[in-house]
Design a binder for this molecule. Structure first.
Ligand SMILES: [Zn+2]
Length: 291
């Protein structure tokens, strides 16, 4: 399931590769995955992509005449195809872009001169692929009100990387949530961007057990959780920038310390990790060094 670090890298890359280019073709091959009319999809043709940005666990594509919002859920992935290679199975939506009309002036520094960037004259494809069709693509033309579940008022809290989510704001917001820490971190209304995998990683870094209740935390532990979240996300993004391009649909997870690690050794204390499936969500942690 794409989470904040995965989508951060994809958003930066797609912005650097595609912003400033007009859409020249648009095709929905799995219409169930698309919320919007065929006319709205066709109306993207001729519009220029202005920006690709991540908002929590969503990807927003901003065009000159509206937006496309993607919620990839469990299995949604993105592909950047420079030369129109055959679309892989499960492709739900395909956009073709023309030659660059204007550079993205604010492309992320790490993408500069990357070998996978299409030439300005190239006509690349962006594909959204989702074999289970659980994820959704919402077409939101300017002037159209379309409900995007998870993006309504109060449904999405501050992004986990938002500079305005300071330690003081964190301390204030977390008071309203007394429950278990893993559920708290996965709650997008509290903080947006963490899912099942990175919530486990943040709790490991903070040395806090996933089923511990927030109401039992000492003030230093609340602060440690904040620091662990920021550090875990930053270090993971740095790893993924190196490892994900040019295959943006690949989900790199082998750098994780506890999530999906079975009963392997804890990288900190060497004890045996514990895996449980609580409410259908696999959770990995160390009973020895997470309290
Ligand atoms: Zn341990």
């Amino acid at each position: 399931m794409p989470e904040l670090p995965d989508l951060e890298v994809v958003a930066d890359a797609l912005h650097a590769a595609l912003a400033g280019r007009p859409v020249t073709a648009a095709r929905a091959t799995m219409p169930l995955s698309v919320r919007g009319t065929p006319a709205e999809l066709a109306a993207l043709i001729g519009q220029r992509l202005e920006r690709v940005a991540r908002r929590g666990k969503f990807l927003d594509l901003e065009f000159t005449g509206g937006r496309m919002v993607v919620n990839p859920m469990l299995t949604g992935r993105f592909q950047l195809a420079a030369r129109g290679e055959k679309a892989p199975g499960g492709t739900a939506l395909e956009l073709r872009f023309g030659a660059r009309q204007a550079g993205p002036p604010d492309a992320a520094a790490w993408t500069a001169d990357a070998a996978w960037l299409p030439d300005g004259e190239a006509e690349p494809y962006l594909r959204y692929r989702d074999p289970t069709q659980m994820g959704k693509v919402y077409l939101v033309p300017a002037g159209v009100e379309r409900v995007v579940p998870g993006r309504g008022v109060g449904e999405q809290g501050p992004d986990a990387l938002n500079p305005e989510l300071t330690l003081e704001v964190w301390r204030d917001r977390i008071r309203r949530h007394p429950g278990e820490l893993k559920n708290l971190l996965r709650n997008q209304a509290f903080v947006a961007g963490l899912g099942n995998a990175y919530s486990d990683e943040v709790l490991f870094a903070a040395r806090l057990a996933p089923f511990r209740k927030r109401s039992t935390l000492a003030a230093e532990e609340v602060d440690a959780l904040y620091a662990a979240m920021r550090e875990t996300l930053a270090s993971s993004i740095a790893i993924l920038r190196e490892r994900v391009p040019p295959t943006f649909e690949r989900q790199v997870r082998d750098h994780l310390a506890v999530h999906g690690r079975g009963d392997g050794p804890c990288p900190r204390c060497g004890g045996r990790l514990t895996q449980v499936s609580a409410g259908g969500f696999p959770t990995g942690y160390c009973r020895t060094c997470q309290r």
